[in-house]
Design a protein around this ligand. Structure first.
Ligand code: 13P
Length: 252
């Protein structure tokens, strides 16, 4: 168990201007300061708007859903890490299975984005997760180990201070099928053991490992009670202020 607790709302490609204002305002109204870091990851174009609304609240921070792997230049349509950092963004979600699947992001691209983020003072929520077929053939540990090996194990111990790992089994994303708490715990403990073997116990214990995949207000408490689950990366339920805030309060 890391000593940090963190719940992030990944809004994906949802909300427009007025919906984002309403959702953020409601989250601000319902949430209270605690030792839980709350992150909101709206679509890029709504980041300044959401950022202005949460400006006075130190316990709510901004995350981006993507960055360009390039520093700057002639890359039409891309958004750089520096642009987002200059708007007050502190985290970026990288390695999400939707980016891997729909946008062809390879391990190599993801690693170069991780490096770009860290060198631009953005912290990274690195997502890993196995598919249903992998789980059914019991090769989930191999898949996760390969993902961790190609990403965070390439970093220096110092850079690990900027890393949060999100375990998001693909079969649990947006399906309503949550991993059982013991299944999630097993994988989180496995991820922590990989970090301990490579970086040592101290760093392994510092890195928050959060769970994502159909987390709702009625299952968050059981998940967050597991020894190696330090919070959640929330999709669907983060679009409802009441559900999202309830999830941020689901720690013992
Ligand atoms: P759901 O909570 O909708 O399953 O999405 C999880 C996710 O992909 C968060 O990044």
């Amino acid at each position: 168990m890391s000593n940090r607790k963190l719940v992030a709302g990944n809004w994906k490609m949802h909300t427009d201007r007025s919906e984002a204002i309403k959702l953020t305002t409601e989250i601000i109204r319902l949430s209270k300061m605690s030792d839980v870091e709350i992150l909101l990851a709206p679509p890029h174009c709504l980041i300044p708007l959401v950022g202005n609304l949460i400006a006075d609240l130190p316990y709510i921070e901004l995350a981006a859903q993507n960055i360009s792997e390039h520093k700057s230049g002639a890359y039409t349509g891309e958004v750089s890490a520096h642009m987002l950092h200059s708007l007050g963004v502190s985290y970026v979600i990288l390695g999400h299975s939707e980016r891997r699947k729909y946008f062809g992001e390879t391990d190599q691209i993801i690693l170069s984005k991780i490096r770009r983020a860290i060198s631009t003072e953005l912290k990274v929520i690195y997502c890993c997760g196995e598919g249903l077929e992998d789980r059914n053939t019991a090769i989930q540990n191999k898949i996760i180990e390969a993902q961790i090996q190609s990403s965070v194990l390439q970093l220096t111990p110092d850079q690990m201070q900027d890393i949060v790992i999100a375990y998001e089994p693909i079969w649990a994303i947006g399906t309503g099928v949550t991993a059982r708490p013991d299944q999630a715990q097993q994988m989180h403990a496995f991820i922590r053991s990989i970090l301990a073997d490579h970086f040592g116990e101290q760093i392994a214990m510092q890195v928050p490992i959060i769970y994502g995949g159909s987390v709702k207000s009625n299952n968050a408490q059981e998940l967050f009670a597991q020894a190696d689950i330090d919070g959640g990366l929330i999709g669907g339920a983060s679009l409802d202020a009441e559900s999202f805030v309830a999830i941020t309060e689901a720690f013992e």
